[in-house]
Design a protein around this ligand. Structure first.
Ligand code: ADP
Ligand code: DP6
Ligand code: CO
Length: 359
């Protein structure tokens, strides 16, 4: 390679996160400020993850991005917000220090290439892992070391929570400029190692209504959503923090299911209504309740984001038995790939895989 001009390049990965208290609705579309706080579990990224590479070179004529092998429009406002913010911080850092690698990279255009190893836009939090990874990769490329959740949030709201591993809260904040609308870890994944996650892929298809458009219509039309944000979620977030701190699966599971159900009720209360769950999703809900009723306690809990795919939480000792119960309803011969993964809920951290030196 000697003699050739090599670009500065970096590859990073980021995990998905699944909200147990859902974010649905913005008070500011441009800055992505939510109408309520939310809380999530960041999943192990051995299997479900985004991998993003970014390279800067003086030979590049313009910024470009490829997603899952296809070129996307780099001028999308959310991509631009993330790029602009990271470059602004890099410039600030440069003016405050004497490091010499950053200045030249900063004047170059970037090429970004990102892959999700799971269905995109199917309700499995691709926008969360995707934008967390984008922001982290660009920050690594430019040597920016500040808190990144505020920038990831401007790519996709749920992305701010994927910046941290374990159990993460996104504080809605009060300010109009969004400076206090940040994610923070409430407990590391090591806090509750027995907690397991099963992702049941019901459909890998793109959802008919994207999260951004869906929540916009809900804010405009759903009285239930307003009630939820003002009168339900604030207490629920506090209770959920407590349940997690105490590793109380009964409370954790009940709150998780109730919040998922209320989120989907707000979708139905939206006009025209949005249907993210399908018959298979509803069947999974039914099996979970039958299972819990049989045991007289909450052994398993479901949650569904904006899509039909289920995320199941349970403790380690319940996994095999619950999978057997599911197999009775969804025989493996006809549902071979339904059980995508059985994963521990963490540990998940953003990871750099490769960094090449510049010029
Ligand atoms: P999901 O439920 O998968 O999060 P959303 O409707 O919230 O679905 O967001 C899907 C959108 O997120 C995609 O159409 C794309 O614009 C963006 N996205 C997904 N993955 C990535 C990625 N790896 N990098 C950048 N943007 C991504
Ligand atoms: C149902 O973060 O994908 O998954 O901020 O418009 O990009 P934008 O939406 P997004 O919405 C996620 C909605 C949810 C719940 C959650 O993750 O909290
Ligand atoms: Co999303």
């Amino acid at each position: 390679m000697s003699g050739e001009r090599r670009p500065a390049a970096v590859t990073c990965t980021a995990p998905i996160n699944i909200a147990v208290i859902k974010y649905w609705g913005k008070r500011n579309e441009e800055l992505i400020l939510p109408i309520n706080s939310s809380l999530s579990v960041t999943l192990h990224q051995d299997q479900l993850k985004t991998t993003t590479s970014a390279a800067a070179s003086r030979d590049f004529k313009e910024d470009r991005i490829w997603l899952n092998g296809r070129e996307e429009n780099i001028n999308q406002p959310r991509l631009q917000s993330c790029l602009r913010e990271i470059r602004r911080l890099a410039r600030k850092r440069r003016s405050g220090s004497e490091e010499e690698s950053t200045p030249c990279i900063l004047s170059y255009r970037v090429h970004i290439c990102s892959e999700n190893n799971f269905p995109t836009a199917a309700g499995l939090a691709s926008s969360a892992a995707g934008y967390a990874c984008l922001v982290y990769t660009l920050a690594t490329l430019y040597g920016v070391e500040t808190e990144l959740s505020e920038i990831a949030r401007q790519g996709s709201g749920s992305a701010c929570r994927s910046i941290y591993g374990g159990f993460v809260q996104w504080l809605m904040g009060e300010r109009d400029d969004g400076k206090d609308s940040l994610a923070q870890q409430i407990a590391p994944e090591s806090h509750w190692p027995e907690l397991q996650v099963l992702v049941l892929v019901v459909s890998a298809e793109r959802k008919p209504v994207g999260s951004t458009a869906g929540m916009q219509t809900s804010v405009e039309t759903s009285p239930l959503l307003k009630h939820r944000a003002e009168a339900v979620v604030p207490d629920r977030v506090k209770e959920m923090c407590e349940a997690i701190r105490q590793r109380d699966f009964e409370r954790f599971g009940q709150l998780t299911m109730k919040d998922s159900n209320q989120f989907h009720a707000t979708c139905l209360d939206t006009f025209p209504p949005i249907f993210y769950l399908n018959d298979i999703s509803r069947c999974i809900i039914h099996v979970v309740h039958l299972f819990n009723t049989y045991y007289g306690q909450t052994k398993v809990a479901y949650t569904f984001d904006a899509g039909p795919n289920a995320v199941i939480f349970c403790l380690e000792q319940t996994v095999d038995e619950f999978v057997s119960a599911l197999r009775c309803c969804f025989p493996p011969e006809s549902n071979g790939d339904m059980f995508l993964k059985g994963l521990p809920a963490g540990p998940a951290v953003l990871s750099k895989e490769l960094k090449m030196a510049m010029d």
